[in-house]
Ligand binder design. Structure first.
Ligand code: UTP
Length: 408
């Protein structure tokens, strides 16, 4: 893109300020900036103006979960069905590790965080060990794709290689990068991260399948005959991945998607709850949950919206391919965005200072006809690490790891 073309595009979206330092840049830096301007989707920035409309929900009604008792009664049969699918190579796993982990505040990507105390025990290691349990049980390897972002690609790929994938077979580990989106101030003006570089941020965890497709990884999916993808977050060190019982239950119930859920520990716990929205499966985020929904009861007198999602979903590949052809809703999230101050010096803000634009995996659920919320015991499968201390932290996860017999 030429300077003239860049000026035209920027004028269209009111973003001319990003050329403020253009004259100070070297020839190479100028070209890099022009290329970035060309590649950036600026139409999404308009979304700042109708932020409230984006958050609007339809009519919310309860969606019953398959609870522990029913799962126990059918465990053998579900597990058999799940193992058969895994042994036939029909199940793959996708680790979402493209997030910035700003709340944890570690300089390294989250998966490289050491939760051990007397020995090294990395988050990636915990997850791979959990998956290895199924590899052993099924006596077959499972393709594991890892999503990274431009901000954290080299470090985790190098780290996992150095650690020899914690015993996982390298041919079964694949990496792909998610796309980036521009980050702005509260007026929707793109920040500069450097004089010749727009501030960008990973575009949320909802773009994972499109990014997987763009990276060419669907060849692996198709060649291996994978029909189901179990997508999961990097931060839950206890989660079971490609869990045969969960896979089997979703298949037997003929659902388009399976979602692992936990019983909330308090009505206002900060997890999204599974529900129906205008008759289709959906998730209401904790900050969208009204008092009325929080206190609603179902026909048995139990809380109607009491099952929280833990970002562990089982999707069917043909559905994902259909969804990839359409558009996903946009979420505008307040974040701390590294930027330049008025004098052109880089700053790392301590408080949120603007917006990033994300697609979220939970919106994929709403595009599907049926969903199986599958309850798991929270003390055995839910130990998220979002913060350093307090709720959902390194401390709470360590306590839960110990409770499950993991030596720290
Ligand atoms: P979170 O919502 O916890 O976001 O991600 P985060 O960026 O990791 O952490 P904070 O909010 O800055 O503290 C939930 C899961 O989605 C992945 C994360 O890596 C994590 O596994 N994720 C999130 C992505 O893969 N890409 C993204 O753009 C955002």
């Amino acid at each position: 893109m030429t300077l003239e073309q860049a000026k035209e595009k920027l004028a269209q979206y009111g973003q001319e300020h990003v050329l403020k330092y253009y004259e100070e840049l070297s020839q190479e830096e100028r070209q890099t900036l022009l290329d970035q301007i060309e590649a950036t989707d600026m139409s999404i920035l308009e979304a700042c103006r109708h932020r409230d409309d984006l958050a609007r929900k339809g009519v919310i009604t309860p969606l019953a979960a398959m609870q522990l008792k029913e799962i126990e009664e059918n465990r053998e049969s579900f597990t058999e069905t799940g193992l058969a699918a895994i042994r036939a190579g029909r199940v793959g796993a996708v680790l979402l590790a493209g997030g910035m982990g700003t709340r944890l505040g570690s300089d390294d990507p989250k998966g490289m965080y050491n939760v051990g105390i007397t020995r090294e025990l990395y988050i990636f290691e915990c997850l791979i060990r959990n998956l290895m349990d199924v590899v052993r049980q099924a006596d077959t390897w499972i393709h594991l794709s890892v999503m990274t972002s431009d901000k954290n690609h080299e470090a985790p790929t190098r780290f996992l290689k150095e650690k020899e994938y914690f015993g996982y077979r390298p041919e079964y580990v694949h990496f792909f990068r998610q796309e980036m989106a521009a980050a702005t101030d509260y007026e929707g003006k793109i920040y500069l991260e450097e004089k010749g570089k727009l501030s960008t941020s990973p575009n949320g965890n909802g773009g994972w399948f499109v990014s997987m497709k763009n990276s060419g990884l669907l060849t692996v999916v198709h060649d291996a005959g994978i029909e189901w993808l179990n997508v999961f977050a990097v931060d839950n060190v206890l989660q079971r991945i490609a869990d045969p019982c969960f896979v089997g239950a979703t298949i037997q119930k003929d659902c388009a998607v399976g979602a692992k859920v936990v019983r909330k520990n308090a009505p206002d716990e900060k997890v999204g709850v599974i529900c129906l929205e205008d008759g289709r499966p959906s998730i209401v985020e904790y900050y969208e949950l009204t008092d009325e929904l929080m206190n609603a009861k179902d026909a048995n007198g139990d809380p109607a919206y009491y099952f929280g999602v833990i970002l562990n979903y089982l999707f069917r590949v043909p559905d994902l391919e259909k969804m990839a052809a359409g558009n996903m809703p946009l979420h505008i999230v307040e974040k701390k965005i590294p930027c330049l101050d008025g004098q052109g010096n880089p700053v790392k803000p301590q408080e949120p200072n603007g917006y990033k634009f994300e697609n979220l995996v939970l919106d994929m659920i709403h595009q599907l006809d049926s969903c199986l919320p599958f309850e798991v015991e929270r003390d055995r499968e839910f130990a998220p690490i979002k913060n350093k201390t307090g709720i959902d932290s390194v401390e709470s996860a360590r306590a839960l790891l110990r409770k499950n017999g993991v030596e720290l």
